[in-house]
Design a protein around this ligand. Structure first.
Ligand SMILES: *Cc1c(COP(=O)(O)O)cnc(C)c1O
Length: 389
């Protein structure tokens, strides 16, 4: 099984999956895995989630794609529902997280141009952030290891600032700043939460200088942290948020939401994508949104996160240094003498899917509707693996 002809740029594990149900997956040999990964925070309602399957099957028979010359009924229905639920005034749909951030950067550049001419072009992101793999989003990513020489030259006009550095935000922004983009929980960078007081002040300073404030919610959006967007707890309203990953429960989709001054920027033709907003993705996204908005659902995400954190802390494992995160975006810092990849690999062998965020942090991002039974089975595997570690 397996093809040698797929570009091997993922450092893949030697596991080939066949199917999944709920938060449990099976490989081609029938081996069972508890899913604490959700395809990196994408399968927000796990595998074979009936309402999602039904809606997508129905839409497959109606229409898969229309292209952006037109709108589709399901696309319009989704846009209306999302605007209503989020409180934003406009949307651009794309197909992935990197594309969503590209759209945000283009919006910021045009906004800068309209308000400050050629001078106002700089986009600030945070150190240790992750924003994607295209040239501009790589450049925006605040981690040196993502900037190897072979892909140079990188895009001009990006700068980084240190999260939670109060001094830096006093002087960083001026009339050359087009936008500040915050990743409020750094998913790839170590599951680091920005201090909400700092984020509020950073937003205030950036706005005082005339810049837009944007939040990358590609990983944190759509219920992942127990609210529709993680920025809901930052205490200020971002002008733009970008989203992708879990938005359509596994069907590729992304986009940006904008409001206020940011809603005046894009005009017809400024930014497009052939697949963007296709009815199939929108039909899936409608189901995800509807499920998220059900009474008590987001609270259950928060409670599950707290339950997992508490359980792991209660083991008093000598390898676990800290457990942090919000909702079902969790990071476990392990002893510096151990590598997170090594733990991830052992967990995989023992039947638990996880991820890493940096050298010493294990990342857990299970489906949002994971059952109590699956949580407990996954935790048992984690506990036993740590004991043998
Ligand atoms: C995953 C991720 C991206 C990139 O999304 P892709 O769909 O892989 O392009 C961007 N920003 C953040 C915060 C992410 O977690």
């Amino acid at each position: 099984m397996g093809s040698k002809n797929v570009v091997n740029n993922y450092g893949s594990f030697d596991v080939t999956f066949a199917y999944g149900k709920g938060s449990t997956c099976y490989d081609v040999n029938g081996k069972k895995y508890i899913d604490f990964l959700a395809g990196i925070a994408v399968n927000s309602f796990g595998h074979n989630f009936k309402p999602l399957v039904k809606a997508v099957q129905k839409q497959l028979k109606r229409q898969i794609h229309t292209c952006n010359y037109f709108t589709s009924d399901v696309g319009l229905e989704y846009a209306d529902s999302l605007l209503k639920a989020s409180g934003f005034s406009g949307i651009y749909f794309g197909n992935s997280g990197a594309e969503a951030n590209e759209a945000a950067f283009k919006l910021a550049r045009k906004y800068g141009f309209l308000t400050g001419g050629e001078k106002r072009k700089t986009i600030y992101t945070l150190e240790s952030s992750f924003h994607g793999r295209t040239l501009a989003t790589l450049t925006a990513t605040g981690q040196k290891k993502f900037h190897p020489e072979c892909f140079a030259p990188y895009a001009p006009g990006f700068k980084t600032i240190k999260a939670n550095d109060y001094q830096a935000i006093k002087t960083a922004f001026d009339d050359t700043t087009a936008a500040l983009m915050i990743e409020c929980i750094q998913g790839e960078g170590g599951v680091n939460l920005v201090d909400s007081e700092w984020a509020k002040q950073a937003a205030h300073e950036a706005r005082k200088a005339g810049a837009l404030v944007m939040v990358d919610e590609v990983q944190t959006g759509f219920g992942r942290t127990g609210t529709l967007f993680a920025s809901d707890w930052l205490g200020f309203e971002p002008d733009v948020v970008s989203f992708a990953k879990g938005v359509a429960g596994g069907i590729p989709m992304g986009g940006i939401l904008f409001r206020g001054k940011a809603a005046e920027v894009f005009k017809a033709g400024d930014h497009q994508s052939t697949f963007a907003g296709n009815p199939l993705a929108c039909s899936a996204a409608l189901v995800v949104l509807k499920e998220l908005l059900k009474d008590g659902f987001m609270q259950s995400v928060e409670q599950k996160g707290e339950y997992i954190k508490k359980a792991i802390k209660s083991w008093n494992s000598k390898f676990v240094k800290e457990v942090r995160g919000k909702g079902l975006l969790l990071g476990i810092d392990i002893d510096e003498t151990k590598s997170a990849v090594e733990l991830e690999t052992k967990l995989l062998q023992n039947g638990l899917l996880t991820s890493t965020a940096g050298k010493n942090t294990l990342r857990l991002v299970p489906p949002l509707n994971i059952s109590q039974k699956e949580i407990d089975s996954g935790l048992e595997i984690l506990k036993q693996t740590l004991l043998q570690f």
